[in-house]
Design a protein around this ligand. Structure first.
Ligand code: NAD
Length: 352
């Protein structure tokens, strides 16, 4: 018998193509009458469409969310929200824009409607990471969790393939680490396996046809499921390494996940062979780490830390930081072991 504890984080999810059409109804459903709309440079068309749908409900718009949610930006927007008597937030964008929305909701207590444009999954987690004077602080609370998420497949169609690939592997990493989390449970396992299968179907379809709606739909569904896994259980060594490489060495978030995932899976495989079998089955591949590596390589994703701008001379320091306060992980985290896997990721060798 497997004993477990499962906590669900309630958000209302609306999924489909063209589902953004319902955004005004969703705002009204939450009692909102004066909306702040968050958009961004690369998602201007989507944000402008939402602006048109909101019509007179929208009273202010802000397009300047930044990576890692700087507190200075949040404080500036909070002032503007008060000036406009804003009573609801609608955000259109990736994890960075969702981060700003969460930071505003935490301070104002207002409801959020999120329309994701990437596969980061932040929209279904109660977690917020903010930076102030170079220090990142992560917190979790009910106010942070968005009330409604509208997944409109068409909103992700503008992601260039390299971004779509790395973003999808970012989602895959949530599902993979959920399966061997110390908090793993049958509900989260089911979501993770379904997410992994959908990524296995959706990713090859992306390269074949940029406008392929079925492939994009598989990936967006996978992103939601993987985000739900991330919200429910703790992550392990892979996320720790990615936080170090992103936070201390400035490497791009989703791309780091993409390069690191097959190597951390290979490191952990000896301790969780049954989990790796489930992942391999879901991806219809003989072995999970090599299968994930091949999936990334075939989709044209990055496979080396070198190409992301990591300096080989920094690998020792990265290994030290990644093992300083390790996240719970199925295999013991040693500095020598992590240094070796960073070296493999630097060179991009295919895990056997
Ligand atoms: P992002 O939001 O920074 O977006 C990356 C780039 O892609 C940006 O330039 C953006 O403008 C562009 N972009 C977004 N959608 C696009 C689209 N449809 N078409 C074209 N360009 C588009 O990156 P992300 O990977 O979505 O999110 C990463 C951030 O989210 C990180 O800061 C990470 O820490 C955070 N995150 C938080 C959680 C959480 O639970 N708190 C979970 C996952 C990620």
């Amino acid at each position: 018998m497997r004993a477990f504890v499962h906590t669900s984080h309630p958000s209302r999810v609306i999924f489909g193509a063209g589902s953004a059409a319902g955004v005004a109804d969703e705002v009204r459903r939450l009692g909102g009458t004066r909306v702040l709309l968050l958009g961004g440079a690369h998602v201007d068309a989507q944000a402008t469409l939402v602006e048109e749908i909101l019509g007179p409900l929208m009273v202010a718009r802000f397009d300047g969310a930044e990576m890692h949610t700087p507190v200075l930006v949040t404080e500036r927007v909070i002032v503007s929200m008060a000036e406009h008597y804003v009573d609801a937030i609608v955000a259109v964008g990736g994890g960075s824009t969702t981060g700003l929305s969460k930071a505003l909701a935490l301070r104002s207590g207002l409801d959020q409607v999120i329309l994701p444009t990437t596969y980061a999954g932040s929209e279904v987690t109660p977690v917020l990471g903010e930076t102030s004077e170079g220090v990142k602080v992560t917190r979790s609370s009910r106010e942070i969790l968005p009330e409604t998420v509208i997944y409109d497949v068409d909103f992700t169609a503008t992601m260039p393939i390299p971004l779509a690939v790395t973003s999808a592997i970012n989602a895959l990493a949530h599902a993979v680490e959920a399966l061997y989390s110390e908090h793993a449970n049958p509900v989260v396992d089911a979501l993770a396996v379904e997410s992994i299968s959908a990524i296995g179907r959706g990713l090859p379809a992306l390269g074949a046809d940029l406008a392929d709606r079925e492939g994009r739909s598989d990936l967006l569904l996978a992103a939601w499921l993987a985000g739900t896994c991330l919200a429910s259980v703790g992550m392990g060594l892979h996320h720790k390494i990615c936080h170090v490489l992103g936070g201390s060495f400035g490497l791009p978030h989703a791309a780091v996940h993409t390069v690191m995932l097959p190597h951390v899976m290979a490191y952990n495989a000896v301790s969780v062979p049954r989990v790796m079998e489930r992942i391999a089955d879901a991806l219809v591949t003989p072995t999970a780490p090599a299968g994930v590596y091949d999936l990334i390589a075939a989709a044209g994703g990055p496979t080396t830390l070198a190409e992301l701008g990591m300096a080989e001379a920094d690998l020792d320091e990265a290994a030290r930081l990644a093992t300083e306060k390790p996240y719970p992980n199925p295999r013991e985290v040693t500095r020598v072991g992590v240094r070796r896997l960073l070296g493999e990721a630097f060179a991009g060798t295919r895990p056997e």
